[in-house]
Design a protein around this ligand. Structure first.
Ligand code: SF4
Length: 181
């Protein structure tokens, strides 16, 4: 099994605004039915994207995929907005985190790892997702399902890893989980 060179990774992320990170074993991660129910009942993106349920697969399939990787890195970045209640402004800050996520995944790919990225919110690369038209995803290498779409409870992972989940005020913490093998 290939192991992450943590010194090299730390040297790499020193150039980036990564707030916190942990290298974790993905095998203990469990999917939660309640997360999928929230997707179904409360999210407008449900059934509208390759990056969301049901396109991402059943909870059992998602958990099996997560467990098929040897290691994972979970990391956060911070964004500031004038008003935390301004949903559009909050959402706009995720783009920088997504760029950061691509850079981190690129680092691991360069180190010879096969990567699978779970990140924030739903994919918005295309104005209309091809899922809606029964067509294959146009950019399967670029799109990232969000962590919750896989039924994972971010707050539980963060808590078990003793990471910050909420900084309060007008600060936002975005999280990504990159699976490695
Ligand atoms: S890349 Fe395009 S087709 Fe693929 S999930 Fe994202 S929006 Fe949908």
């Amino acid at each position: 099994m290939k192991i992450v060179d943590q010194d090299k990774f730390e040297e790499f992320i020193a150039q980036y605004p990564v707030f916190e990170y942990r290298l974790i074993d993905p095998k203990p991660l469990r999917t939660a039915r309640r997360v999928r129910i929230i997707c179904e009942k409360e999210c407008q993106r449900y059934h509208s994207s390759w990056a969301c349920p049901p396109a991402v697969g059943t909870l059992e399939e998602c958990e099996a995929k997560v467990h098929s990787y040897d290691q994972a890195v979970i990391f956060s970045s911070v964004a500031e907005v004038r008003d935390i209640l301004d949903f559009e402004a909050v959402l706009a800050t995720r783009r920088e985190h997504e760029k950061l996520t691509d850079s981190v995944a690129g680092f691991f790919a360069g180190e010879g790892f096969e990567t699978f990225t779970l990140s924030t919110e739903s994919c918005d690369i295309c104005p209309r997702c091809s899922w809606l038209d029964g067509e294959p995803c146009r950019f399967p290498q670029r799109m990232h399902p969000c962590i919750e779409s896989y039924g994972l409870v971010v707050s539980e992972i963060v808590e078990s890893e003793k990471m910050e989940y909420d900084l309060g005020g007008n600060s936002i913490l975005w999280f990504s989980l990159i699976l490695l093998r």
